[in-house]
Design a protein around this ligand. Structure first.
Ligand code: EPZ
Length: 435
């Protein structure tokens, strides 16, 4: 129930100024943590954000016999004590990314039993590309009672390099198979691989661990399997989705903000759409400065990288709700990622959605209201809308927001926002609470 959860109370209409610091990339750190299963040596990951998803992956590794210790913004990971190849259902069910452990677990232990991650609010989230790829590498894989059981037949208990063609450029499947192939016997070629920066980050960590990986960031990745991998000390890339969210905070409040660190090539499609809408963008060392005054409508369609990222579709729609003119947004990656439309309508946005497309008529001003974040990125979108809205907005669904944004309200308050995190008992009670 929403009404027993803390929420954010936002007083809208403040312009922002200063610099927003970007944390390490959640969707990279999660898979880099799984890679520690591939070696008995310690691994230090630096620039790891303090998020509930990261804690969840730590629990997963601990349940398998690994050790994870946080030291400031670094994690010390020790996979030497891995004694189990069976991942617990409740951890995989609560954190889909923990399914990515199946590849390294299988390569390390010769067997792996990992529950299907199941669907979530944004879609069914299938994993057949992961399964097909593991079979191509020589594993026996069965799915019974919601559990994927993989094992490597034969005396060597070692995967065999293979040529794998993905039906879709799945980020998770590409990462799972890269990790499995790193210890396989022979060369693996992954065709139609995902191009996302997080895939490149994983390839860079694996290389630092002694793996032989070429082509990450292109549609064809080559991995020459090695007998063993060693430890590494590695810094996670900045979170491009958090950076994009902060740039949108500057745009929606018509402010000038510096966002850093950020790697501009990780956000080309987003920067292009922001400029098309009328934002002024300058790159400045390791940061980007965005300033915005009058903004106009743009159309966008989410695509695999380097196209417009699905994870910024909801936050960008909040901006379009306040931009002059008619915008069309098409979500082509996930089948149910427009649930924030209804919440934005509660704030006075003029949006019509049909299937995976929404048509947005910009309005002069959104009005504050109690709203529900329906997934991680939709929660952030509602906070952005609250920053621009007239009056008070109460955003529920912080269990989603805290999965992907560290110190979100503190960072925004430091540049002039007015956001307070309150217990459910402090609810204003005006309007009908979202269910
Ligand atoms: C990763 O999820 C990210 N999560 C997601 O971020 C992100 O939205 C997504 O990539 C797309 O960029 C992590 O990295 C932990 P996919 P992943 O496999 O790997 C279909 C966030 O908010 N597909 O690339 O699960 C799938 O249905 C989260 O931070 C298959 O059909 O995404 C979807 O339509 C949300 N079969 C599309 O591919 C498969 O076997 C993209 O999924 C696998 C995927």
């Amino acid at each position: 129930m929403t009404n027993d959860r803390p929420f954010l109370r936002i007083s809208g209409g403040h312009s922002l100024s200063g610099e927003l610091r970007v944390s390490g990339a959640k969707n990279s750190a999660l898979v880099l943590m799984a890679a520690c299963l591939l070696t008995r040596d310690p691994i230090r990951l630096r620039n790891v954000p303090a998020l509930t998803d990261i804690a969840g992956m730590g629990e997963m590794l601990f349940s398998l016999g690994g050790r994870v210790e946080r030291k400031g913004d670094a994690l010390e990971l020790d996979g030497s004590g891995i004694h189990s190849s069976a991942a617990p259902y409740e951890l995989v069910n609560s954190l889909r990314a923990s399914f990515f452990c199946i590849g390294p677990l299988l390569a390390r232990m010769g067997t792996a039993r990992v529950p299907m991650p199941g669907g979530c609010k944004i879609g069914s989230r299938p994993v057949e590309e992961h399964v097909k790829g593991l079979k191509a590498l020589g594993a026996h894989v069965s799915i019974e009672h919601g559990v994927v059981t993989a094992s490597i037949p034969g005396p060597t208990r070692r995967l065999q390099g293979a040529r794998i063609v993905l039906d879709c450029p799945s980020v998770g499947a590409t990462e799972t198979l890269m990790m499995a192939a790193a210890l396989a016997d022979g060369e693996t070629v992954i065709e139609n691989a995902a191009l996302e920066p997080e895939v490149v980050d994983l390839a860079d960590l694996l290389t630092a661990m002694g793996a032989r990986v070429r082509g990450a960031g292109t549609p064809t990745i080559f991995i020459d399997g090695v007998d063993r991998l060693h430890g590494a000390d590695y810094a996670v890339i900045p979170d491009r989705i958090e950076a994009g969210t902060f740039l949108l905070a500057a745009a929606i409040t018509r402010s000038r903000l510096r966002v850093a660190p950020v790697i501009p090539t990780h956000l080309c499609a987003v920067l292009s759409k922001l400029e098309q809408a009328g934002c002024r963008i300058e790159t400045d060392g390791d940061g980007i400065i965005l300033s915005a005054e009058h903004l106009t409508a743009v159309d966008l369609r989410t695509q695999p990288f380097p196209g417009f990222p699905t994870d910024l579709q909801a936050p960008f729609m909040s901006l379009l709700a306040t931009a002059e003119g008619t915008s069309m947004v098409t979500e082509s990656i996930f089948e149910n990622r427009l649930q924030h439309v209804a919440e934005l309508q509660r704030m006075g946005a003029s949006i019509r959605s049909q299937g995976n497309t929404a048509v947005i008529e910009g309005v002069a001003r959104l009005s504050g209201a109690p709203v529900q974040g329906t997934d991680l990125r939709a929660s952030a979108a509602m906070v952005l809308a609250g920053l621009a809205a007239q009056g008070i907005t109460e955003v529920f669904g912080l269990e989603y927001l805290d999965r992907g944004y560290a110190d979100f309200e503190a960072k925004l308050n430091a540049v002039g926002a007015s956001i307070t995190r309150l217990p459910a008992s402090a609810r204003s009670g005006h309007g009908v609470l979202p269910t």
